[in-house]
Design a protein around this ligand. Sequence first.
Ligand code: NDP
Ligand code: HSE
Length: 440
Amino acid sequence: MKSIQVGILGIGTVGSGVFNVLQRNQEEIRRRAGRGIEVTMVSRRDVAKARELVGEHAQVVADARAIIANPAIDVVVELIGGYTLARELVLEAIAAGKHVVTANKALLAVHGTEIFAAAHAKGVIVAFEAAVAGGIPIIKALREGLSGNSIQWIAGIINGTTNFILSEMRDKGLDFDVVLKEAQRLGYAEADPTFDIEGVDAAHKATLMSAIAFGIPVQFDKAYVEGITKLDAADIRYAEKLGYRIKLLGVTKRTPQGIELRVHPSLVPAKRLIANVEGAMNAVVVQADAVGTTLYYGKGAGSEPTASAVIADLVDIARLATADAEHRVPYLAFQNDKLSDLPVMPMSEVVTSYYLRLRVADQAGVLAKVTGILAAADISIDAVLQREADEVGGEGSTQTDLIILTHETREGNMNDAIAHMQALPTVLQPITRIRKEELS
Ligand code: NDP
Ligand code: HSE
């Protein structure tokens, strides 16, 4: 059978990985796909750099639209990134009847509904395995491997850059900025690294997993997003003392009230496997009714790990391109006309447990006032740790840290309780609140 002809829009970190792995493994890939997969055109504004990457093996163009306009190209692989140009190019490729593969989670989390509708109308495939957790085949697992289950919740370390930063800060005592620069050098970080450190990239990925797990439209605008920039090294240390690690988690959960969709730093019991996922590695835990708990672990970023996922999509397209559109796996796992209107819940309605750190005056009665406020808000305490004042502020200090772990409560209740505690004259600094996920 004739090889499929692929054009890569944006041959950078991921694009060059796709090109190299396809070259290296072409015979094995052909045996799997039943036909060859050939990159015949690539685009990049720096044409000399692109030429350096692909030699004479593919045509190099500066204008990505030249690839879309070429009738010989069957599949367009979008690896430019971003929301604006990428959206235009993907919609133009679909309109031209090309199948599309993309690693661009930002694009799909924000414009997925429009893109999937256009692709459905045109009968073309839009595949995006690389968009969530890089090389881990989590989209395939959720969309196909677990399709007999009712999925209950998903929790994942789905941003390699922030996990790398948290690991290096904890283990080597390195500064945030130093580790971020290293993550950029290694090709993990997004073009705009604030997307990584402010939790936006993880929220893009959580949004996609949520849509596939629960059969709802992609709704990034409803996600709660909090990154790691406000984390204090003291909280990482206190969490360790209490038997927890702090991880940036993407969580999505089905509840009777709707769907939780949130990204924030979380205390995770140190004994959980996911708490021991270090460096740029990613891991996703899925809880489903029939299979129980499953865990997916691997490289969530980097040139060839991400290329591995892009190529898996190309193999799927090579196999399925000739099948009727209605016999293909739906974009979001559920048939396109059977998506659910389950609401994504506001954060104030989410129920979880908490770690609180209060910098307080080291005086009698302070703990009683704080616990009284929590009791009045119906928030039950799980554990309390009080540091010696000398340990916190040096010899003779009159301040101390009070660390409280709570049982589950509504976030709205916790917001009220924090406001009351913050108003106490003996509470001397803004209260730190980190959510806690037992993942049991
Ligand atoms: P890079 O910045 O390394 O590559 C993007 C490439 O696009 C650059 O080489 C750039 O080259 C080219 N480009 C930019 N504008 C244009 C344009 N107008 N026309 C043609 N080419 C253009 O990004 P990555 O490879 O890291 O990421 C690509 C996508 O994959 C992003 O969506 C990212 O989120 C996603 N992703 C990345 C992962 C990773 O580990 N890096 C992992 C998972 C997903 P030039 O400036 O010369 O044009
Ligand atoms: N910037 C992303 C990360 C790349 O650090 O995980 C993979 O999506």
